[in-house]
Design a protein around this ligand. Structure first.
Ligand code: CO8
Length: 254
């Protein structure tokens, strides 16, 4: 791969965006690589969590402006890559965004498709697209209001302000703020999932994602069905048997 680095260790997959010379700006070649990598991660057994980070001092300063500037509307439509970000949301394992420095525009939108955001104290995040005559196009107008509420989302999108980690945390945009490189802390968080049931976590992720834009009743029906399906897994049998036998469960994710 030219624009991404991929590592797999201790059941954790890690993708690093690797264009530090342009603050990890996301061009179409990079997004294509991300697309293939996400398909691979989705189909590979033994992965229990995904971490996405940026090479160097920044996460990603947005989509590549040099590539986008001369596009016509039909080329712009083809450039849209929110379907790739949705693959992160659809993964059966939790995704963590470990953010240092800038996460702007499409960079911040990438983190919004993850289950968790961990920011370093020097993180600077925002959706500055209106300053370029465009608007967020990779999920920002859809995921951000659901995460931090309409008022704050409108503020970030209309004013295009860049906010710091402390403000992001107060607004619920990130769950953890850490000193220095957030990757190690993110790995330790991911590691804490390893003794939990992959089937349980995967099913919960599916139910949360389904219910977020549905009415309560449809969400409850979906939840009940997914919950009942867990009774066809060995994780459910092992988890409850281990409880009865007063030992730690050995989940297989099957
Ligand atoms: N695209 C291309 N190149 C970039 C980008 C970018 N988004 N951001 C930075 N760079 C490049 C700069 O051009 C510069 O390159 P060079 O050295 O060749 O001149 C290099 O990275 C370093 O950047 P700066 O010199 O500007 O660094 P500063 O520390 O002075 O400033 C900033 C850092 C404030 C982050 C500044 O670079 C900046 O404002 N960048 C643009 C941020 C931005 O507007 N991002 C949003 C882009 S639009 C977007 O993401 C739309 C997403 C929706 C896509 C829809 C399809 C799905």
């Amino acid at each position: 791969m030219k624009y991404l680095k991929y590592e797999f260790e201790n059941q954790i997959a890690k993708i690093t965006i690797n264009r530090p010379e342009v603050l990890n700006a996301l061009n179409s070649g990079l997004v294509k690589e991300l697309d293939s990598l996400l398909d691979r991660i989705d189909n590979e057994e033994g992965i229990r969590a995904l971490i996405i980070a940026g090479e160097g001092k920044n996460f990603a300063a947005g989509a590549d402006i040099a590539e986008m500037m001369d596009m016509n509307p039909s080329e712009a439509r083809k450039f849209v890559f929110n379907n790739v970000y949705s693959k992160i949301e659809a993964l059966p394992v939790p995704a963590f965004a470990a953010v240092r420095g800038f996460a702007l525009g499409g960079g911040l939108e990438l983190t919004l498709a993850c289950d968790f955001r961990i920011f370093s104290t020097d993180a600077k995040v925002g959706l500055p697209e209106v300053k370029l005559g465009i608007m967020p196009g990779a999920g920002g107008t859809q995921r951000l209001p659901k995460l931090i509420g309409l008022g704050r989302a409108r503020e970030m999108i209309y004013f295009g302000n860049i906010i710091d980690a402390e403000t992001a945390s107060a607004w619920g945009l990130c769950q953890w703020v850490v000193e220095g490189d957030p990757v190690e802390y993110t790995k330790s968080l991911a590691q804490k999932l390893m003794d939990k049931s992959p089937c349980g976590i995967g099913a919960a992720k599916k139910a949360i994602n389904y219910g977020i834009d549905k009415d309560l009743n449809s969400g409850m029906i979906f939840e009940a069905n997914v919950w009942a399906e867990l009774y066809s897994t060995s994780d459910q049998k092992e988890g409850m048997k281990a409880f009865q036998e007063k030992r730690k469960p050995q989940f297989t994710g099957k």
